[in-house]
Ligand binder design. Sequence first.
Ligand code: IPM
Ligand code: MN
Length: 370
Amino acid sequence: MYKVAVLPGDGIGPEVVSEGLKVLRTLQAQYGLDFDFQEMEINADRYLRTGKLLTDEDIEQLRAFDVIFLGAIGDDRVPPGILEKGILLRARFAFDQYINHRPAQLWKPFGRLKREVDFKIDVYRENTEDFYIGAGGRIKEGACELTLDIERELYDLSIDIEANASNTDDYAFEIGIMSKKNIERFADYVIEQTKMVGERRITVVDKANVLSNLYHMWREVWNEKGKQAGIEIQYMLVDAMSMALVKNPDKFRIVAIPNMFGDILTDMLAEVTGGLGLAPGGNINPKGLSMYEPVHGSAPKYKGMNTINPTATILAAKMLVDNMGRRDLGSKIEDAVRRTFDKGIYTQDLGGKAKTSEFGDAVVAELRKM
Ligand code: IPM
Ligand code: MN
């Protein structure tokens, strides 16, 4: 039995998750995959009702599952940062999902580039550290003393800060931190995946020319790991990389990127492939509990309208199936999406008329024919 915790979340999350589930249930019926789905309410509504984000109890309960299937987190009624940090990031850190795999392939005919080039890029975004580490604070009236505590599966880190300014202005800071052990295991995973798809080169992105403490250590690890594995490491600064991805996306195949730059570039890349509605992602712990979700957010404006494109979530379901070890069935999901597009069935964001649920039904119909 494969136990799936279903977290529809906020905004359009429930609508797109139900299309993803339709697809997974079709595979269950057709190929006997033994899924056990259990839905949990961990979202803004519960927070507003009870004050609970992702609690220790939730985390304990979730540990009993094989995988998490997530919609989206975020709601206009709650100030930015509370749900995102309290639920989504908390889950990524608590389950030590140190890799965020975001594949980006061109979906013809939706590509946004003037010149249509075919490309498929696997972006691996580091997912637990960097400027997402959560070590920040405010210095009020020019002085403060505080202790920053960081807890991760790999370590506990405590940093004492004492600040004294020459004036009484207020200051704020956010520290970027990476640990060598985490970069090492992240690099190992990316290299393993690179070899698995028969590639020999990884493009490693950073801003080592300015943030040189952080990203020199990051490069030391990549230099070493690349050499050991016989893999070519091509470094790109993130500003140049953002240009290059728009200009020549076909020049890249495997990209490794720190957390914050990865957040930004994967949205941009999703747009280049045809839009955020097409981009799935997996928060991966290779030996633990992984969590699959669309790259897009909760888009509260469109909640309940049945107009949103569920492809990103359907492709997240595909990644979930791949990672069960059933790549044969994962690729059937992708083929079914492709065939649905080939029939001219598009949601509004892609210039069509299909409703969210109609698109899901069409994908299921294709799957049933296979
Ligand atoms: C993403 C999202 C999250 C992130 C937010 C909601 C915390 O933008 O998954 O890309 O920044 O990682
Ligand atoms: Mn993002």
